[in-house]
Design a protein around this ligand. Structure first.
Ligand code: ADP
Ligand code: MG
Ligand code: MG
Length: 208
């Protein structure tokens, strides 16, 4: 995947979280503090503006710019978590202008490992990881089967959406929603929905 397509990913993700801001906030109203949509829209708008103003020359620079902007503009759990994702993604990718299938998979995995290291959540804790971890596995399965990048990312987006949908019945064990205990069941995790959008917009950007 070319740097230009990854830049397009950031713009597409910004457009998606801005368009679906109220939906994300409404989900967070059910089991959190009703700010996930505004957090993500503010952070991604700032990240998108930043890369327009100072165009990144490498994938590493792109990840660093987006990650640092999210950490500095989004209060709450999601800013540092998505910020860490992009910082680690950029560090793993390094000073390149293109990632092959293995490189993209490794950079995404490194980013998600950053979320795990920072938030200490496990699969099934009803967090963004319940969308992101199945997406990584889907990419690796597709790569192992020698399928083209667009198909691998399409499979990843579908897996992320299924993982997010499956948070409905889970009891939250991390983040604000965990304060509700059993009452968190019956609601989607807002961060898993924004993470499914992250993977879907990556798949869309890969198609061009
Ligand atoms: P806050 O909860 O601080 O208001 P947001 O509402 O923006 O922050 O983000 C909430 C989302 O963050 C949750 O829906 C969940 O997906 C994610 N989240 C919270 N804590 C963790 C964690 N420890 N690990 C992974 N994801 C988490
Ligand atoms: Mg919140
Ligand atoms: Mg908050």
């Amino acid at each position: 995947m070319q740097l230009s397509a990854l830049v397009d990913w950031i713009h597409r993700y910004k457009d998606e979280v801005v368009a679906r801001k109220d939906e994300l906030t409404d989900l967070d109203r059910q089991i959190g503090d009703a700010d996930h949509g505004s957090n993500m829209a503010r952070g991604m708008q700032a990240a998108s503006d930043k890369i327009d103003a100072a165009v990144p020359a490498t994938v590493g620079e792109l990840g660093k710019s987006v990650g640092m902007t999210l950490v500095s503009t989004v209060g709450g759990a999601s800013g540092p978590l998505y910020g860490t994702f992009f910082l680690r993604f950029g560090t793993a990718a390094g000073g390149v202008t293109e990632l092959d299938a293995a490189g993209l998979s490794a950079a995404l995995r490194s980013g998600v490992e950053g979320i795990v290291a920072r938030g200490k959540a496990e699969p099934g804790d009803k967090t963004m990881l319940d969308a992101l971890l199945p997406a990584l596995d889907a990419i690796d399965d597709a790569n192992a089967a020698g399928r083209p990048e667009v198909e691998a990312l399409e499979a990843a987006a579908t897996a992320a959406e299924a993982g997010s949908a499956a948070t409905l019945d889970l009891v939250a064990r991390k983040g604000r929603a965990s304060y509700l205990g059993e009452r968190s069941a019956g609601h989607l995790d807002p961060g898993s929905v924004s993470s499914a959008m992250l993977v879907r917009t990556l798949a869309d950007a890969a198609k061009g």
